[in-house]
Write a protein that binds this ligand. Structure first.
Ligand SMILES: *[C@@H]1O[C@H](CO)[C@@H](O)[C@H](O)[C@H]1NC(C)=O
Ligand SMILES: *[C@@H]1O[C@H](CO)[C@@H](O)[C@H](O)[C@H]1NC(C)=O
Length: 277
């Protein structure tokens, strides 16, 4: 049952959960998990087997009792505001001496690249973006460019080409690095966005490819060349085949035209010229 329950839960993004096995006092062991439901966080403890009848549950944080009940269930849930979700929580299964487990929540935010890889032509502009949906919200963003000599922090406004723009919505915090007038030699590479809260940080990497203008032009030039060659071939072909084409047109359905004087004569001539061959 505990397994099914654990499978039905999804562990909160951005929370590093460090479950500590319950002290085994011959009563069984406790499985811990964390579930996010809207703006609420649920901490869950499940006692998987017990020889002693459960007489209640108690939740503790830093020696403060948060909740206590006298229910006999093998599962206990503590719900709280997502905003408070930091620190070490303990669940206890009564009676004393209780079986207990700890849930240590650290709030290092999980940061994701909106797109892990971007490509653009030199001279163009590009926007690299990272986001974080973790609670509490990322409040501070930093961008770096990876280099052999170490990571180079990108300061907003550098070279009048690099601009950072941070936004926050109900569901996420987002940071965008806008790069103008891309340089093929210096701008390609790996960029790192780092988002932090008061107690932790997370980062993601975005790879930027900068193509040369000429490279961007090649497919176009290829098409132009193809079209030119095709047109040349068609012209050459038409030139060789012209007499026959005229006859075919004539046969195909231009019969009424035969009444028009000179035109018809020309055609007749060409037919006559061809027939002996
Ligand atoms: C309870 O959990 C312990 C440790 O995870 C495991 O060894 C034991 O088999 C479990 N018992 C049941 C009935 O699932
Ligand atoms: C970066 O600079 C631009 C203007 O130069 C400004 O609008 C923007 O808010 C700045 N971003 C940050 C993160 O300070």
């Amino acid at each position: 049952m505990a397994g099914n329950m654990a499978a039905a839960l999804f562990v909160v993004l951005g929370l590093a959960l460090l479950p500590v096995e319950g002290l085994d006092m011959g009563l069984g062991s406790i499985q811990t998990s964390v579930e996010e439901a809207g703006s609420k966080i649920r901490l869950i403890c499940v006692l998987n087997e017990t020889a002693t009848k459960i007489t209640g549950h108690r939740w503790i944080k830093a020696n403060e009792v948060l909740m206590e009940d006298t229910l006999p269930d093998p599962t206990t849930v503590y719900e709280m505001d997502a905003a408070n979700k930091t620190g070490d929580y303990s669940c206890l299964f009564l009676p004393e001496p209780a079986v207990r487990a700890e849930l240590s929540l650290s709030k290092s935010p999980k940061v994701k690249a909106v797109k892990k890889s971007e490509g653009a032509n030199e001279g163009d502009s590009i926007t690299l973006a990272c986001k974080s949906e973790s609670f509490p919200r990322v409040t501070h963003w930093t961008w770096y460019k990876k280099a052999d000599t170490g990571d180079q922090e990108i300061v907003n406004g550098t070279q009048d080409r690099f601009f950072v723009n941070n936004t926050e919505s109900d569901s996420e915090a987002r940071s965008k690095l806008h790069i103008k007038n891309l340089d093929r030699n210096s701008d390609g590479g790996k960029y790192v966005c780092n988002g932090s809260t008061s107690s932790g940080s997370g980062s993601a990497v975005i790879v930027l490819h900068v193509r040369s203008r000429l490279a961007a032009l090649w497919p176009f030039l290829g098409i132009v060349a193809e079209v030119l060659i095709l047109v040349t071939i068609i012209f050459a072909y038409e030139k060789c085949q012209k007499p026959e084409v005229v006859v075919e047109d004539d046969d195909a359905g231009a019969t009424p035209l035969k009444s028009s004087g000179q035109h018809m004569n020309n055609e007749d001539k060409s037919v006559r010229q061809r027939n002996p061959i």
